[in-house]
Design a protein. Structure first.
Length: 130
């Protein structure tokens, strides 16, 4: 694999350079030493780590949770399962909340059907209620 400068690393991982720098600042990615002349060169593991972070984010993990997962690596499957189980519970709770929101909006939209355009809008009225 050719040398990975920060710009090439970012491009290969599908993120911006500032994202790479941010991950370095918060400890998700190690910053290689800067040579006296030239650019920092990132090892291939940096690309693998960025891909891991991206996949974990796609599953809904926060950066703090990802940091925990990276610290665990393959060392503690039980703790990894606990973190994943908590994330799954959180996702189910969000699905429940979103379903309730969708049902409320559907009800409000039905209440508008056939409603006179000169009268107050039922949706606005319901949003104005405490």
């Amino acid at each position: 694999m050719p040398a990975l400068t920060i710009s090439r690393l970012a491009r290969e991982a599908g993120v911006g350079v500032e994202t790479v720098r941010y991950y370095q600042r918060i400890g998700l990615l190690e910053e290689p030493p800067k040579p006296a002349e030239g650019y920092r060169v990132y090892p291939g593991q940096a690309l693998s780590r960025l891909q891991f972070i991206a996949r974990a984010k796609e599953l809904g993990f926060t950066l703090n949770e990802i940091k925990e997962l990276l610290l665990l690596d393959n060392a503690d499957c039980q703790q990894t399962q606990e973190i994943a189980g908590q994330k799954l519970q959180s996702i189910h709770a969000r699905i429940h909340d979103l379903t309730a929101m969708a049902e409320t909006l559907e009800h409000l939209l039905r209440s508008c059907q056939g409603h006179a355009t000169t009268a107050a809008c039922p949706i606005i009225d319901s949003l104005n209620k405490p």
